[in-house]
Design a protein around this ligand. Structure first.
Ligand code: UDP
Ligand code: MN
Length: 582
């Protein structure tokens, strides 16, 4: 007995002494220890010297005169209208205008003032700036290259790697090869032997890149003042952090350079349940986590085109799912994968890059889309959610996009195996800890009670957005019948009535006021919807006014009328769309 008690006491004293010593040690070394493997002890974080310019700030501000200089709009002469129109329809941007602007033009410094006083470690990793392109205009492509060369300290630029995704424009052939020689090896060009789409082409770029970090940019960008150190610093400190610059807009018609966001306002990337990319103002919790408003902050997702990542890390986590085709969804795949598998994404207010938002997508998906039945981007989304969402969340996607259930997403077993191997966390974890602002903006979707075309009993026509964006009045048009031709499938007539009495079309909602039945922006958050559908009478009653949706026999307009259940102009049936792809 006493021996046991004695031993216990010794053990207890020993443990107490041990923890006291450990505590003092941690206190003295600031938690970092003196071991060489401890990152925080040897890797400096950026530091602020208020009032004194940061170590990589340009010493002088360059001013130039000429078309588009200073990021100002450049307007062509009236006799150039034909060239402008022709290039706009070929490229989705006014190349005739771009061609008159210097490849070295200056752009405004739109950063927060604070950004000028940040200092960064001298030994940041070197980056390959990877530009993938398919039939891009010459001057916008080369202005991207020039801006990177002009505004990147050479010690951080391993190379600009151009990856041609099988362009067939003549000037992107020999002329391009000759032109880049003047950069003395800093600009390298590789070409895909066949069209791969932007997703696979970026992966090829990462594989071929020689820098420790890869920075992807679209082939129509202009990088801003001192853009690179703030992007590299978080990655240098933690190789599993991916960084994203703040994107400015470059007008596709006159090339004015302007901010997308109001000065000092921070946004971050989220999504809605149909997998459309959305942004949300930075939640207070994130604002308070940082000591300066110019510091990087966590973001659940990113827009896709512009980001920096440690090359080996990107390849280790499987880069992009090779089953994703051409364009779309890859930004979510990478975002969910990074967060769920132990990494992080930070948006960097002090790094700004301009991007030309085109007026439309000027290229087709070519042969890549031929083998696929159904809309390619939705197929991509389905792959992404089937791999990364938990079952509960998958339902929200199918509620919002009911036709996606029918789509053939191909084999995802390799992606699931990767998720397993990397011991990734659940989507619930991601929602609770990273994308917690989704709860408010895009809460869980109530299940659909009916979905499909909404047919009027009297005329047999269907309710239709008529191709207009919200806010707009709803119209009527002949129903589709949803034949076998996939081109026929129009989201404008796919209506969903859910358990809360909300009526949705795509990401928008149907509501009513005195002027009629309208397509509106859905109220944010989880609210009771405006409608009650009577399964017996087939009437659709507006709960607030207690009136019913009625079609006017002569004008064919829709409005709210006193309910009259035996009037067929007030009777509506939903016709579910049979699997259009089988
Ligand atoms: N791109 C590509 N192959 C494709 C489609 C696009 O290499 O099949 C390139 C394109 O030239 C651009 C980048 O991928 O540099 C992003 O495409 P885009 O600018 O059309 O996307 P958006 O900015 O509209 O999202
Ligand atoms: Mn683009």
């Amino acid at each position: 007995m006493s021996a046991i008690r004695f031993n216990r006491r010794v053990v207890r004293y020993f443990l107490i002494a041990f923890f006291v010593v450990l505590f003092l040690y941690v206190l003295m070394t600031g938690g970092g220890g003196n071991s060489k493997s401890s990152t925080s002890a040897i890797k400096k974080k950026p530091w602020m010297t208020t009032g004194k310019l940061g170590n990589f700030e340009p010493k002088e501000i360059i001013e130039r005169e000429g078309p588009g200089e200073g990021g100002h709009a450049h307007h062509l002469k009236p006799n150039q209208e034909n060239d402008a129109a022709a290039s706009l329809s070929a490229y989705g941007m006014n190349m005739a205008c771009s061609d008159e602007i210097s490849l070295d033009r200056t752009i405004p410094d739109l950063r927060m003032d604070e950004c000028k006083y940040w200092n960064y470690p001298e030994d940041l990793p070197r980056a390959s700036v990877v530009l993938v392109f398919h039939n891009e205009g010459w001057s916008t492509l080369m202005r991207t290259v020039h801006s990177v060369i002009n505004r990147t300290p050479p010690q951080f630029l391993e190379e600009v790697l151009l990856v041609d995704d099988f362009s067939d424009k003549e000037n992107l052939k020999g002329k391009l090869e000759t032109y880049i020689k003047k950069f003395n090896g800093k600009v390298r060009l590789i070409r895909n032997p066949e069209r791969q789409g932007l997703i696979r082409t970026r992966v090829r770029g990462a594989e071929e890149a020689r820098g420790e970090v890869v920075i992807f940019l679209d082939a129509h960008c202009e990088v801003g003042t001192n853009w690179i150190p703030p992007l590299l610093a978080p990655i240098y400190y933690n190789r599993t952090t991916m960084t994203v610059p703040v994107i400015d807009g470059i007008d596709h018609d006159h090339f004015e350079y302007r901010p997308v966001y109001q000065a000092g306002q921070h946004f971050r990337g989220i999504f809605e349940w149909g997998m459309l990319y959305k942004e949300n103002e930075l939640p207070d919790k994130e604002v308070q986590r940082r000591s300066f408003n110019s510091m990087p902050y966590d973001s659940p997702t990113h827009a896709g085109g512009l980001f920096a990542i440690n090359r080996n890390y990107f390849l280790q986590i499987g880069a992009y799912d090779p089953g994703l085709l051409v364009w779309g969804g890859e930004n979510f795949e990478l975002s969910f994968k990074i967060w769920q598998c132990g990494g992080s994404i930070q948006w960097v207010p002090c790094s700004r890059v301009g991007h030309v938002y085109r007026s439309f997508m000027p290229y087709t998906f070519g042969k890549l889309a031929e083998k696929k039945k159904g809309p390619l981007i939705t197929i991509n989304y389905k792959r992404v959610i089937e791999v990364w969402f938990d079952d509960k969340f998958k339902e929200y996607f199918y509620t919002r996009e009911p036709l996606a259930r029918y789509l053939d997403m191909g084999d995802i077993s390799e992606q699931l195996a990767l998720k397993d191997r990397l011991q990734c966390k659940s989507f619930q974890w991601f929602m609770d800890n990273v994308a917690y602002d989704m709860r408010e903006k895009f809460p869980e979707l109530p299940p659909n009670v009916h979905w499909g075309e909404m047919i009027n009993k009297a005329t047999k026509e269907c309710i239709d957005t008529m191709g207009h964006a919200a806010p707009t009045v709803m119209g009527m048009s002949p129903c589709h019948g949803w034949g076998n031709n996939q081109e026929d499938i129009s989201d404008d007539k796919l209506v969903r009535l859910n358990a809360k009495g909300q009526l949705g079309v795509g990401e928008r909602c149907i509501d009513a006021d005195r002027q009629g039945i309208k397509l509106v922006f859905c109220p944010l958050g989880s609210v009771e919807g405006p409608w009650h559908y009577d399964e017996g009478d087939k009437t659709l009653m507006h709960k607030e006014t207690r009136k019913c949706v009625a079609l006017h026999p002569q004008s064919n307009n829709l409005s709210l009328m006193p309910c009259d259940p035996i009037n067929t102009y007030q009777q509506w049936v939903f016709k579910e769309i049979p699997s259009p792809w089988h």
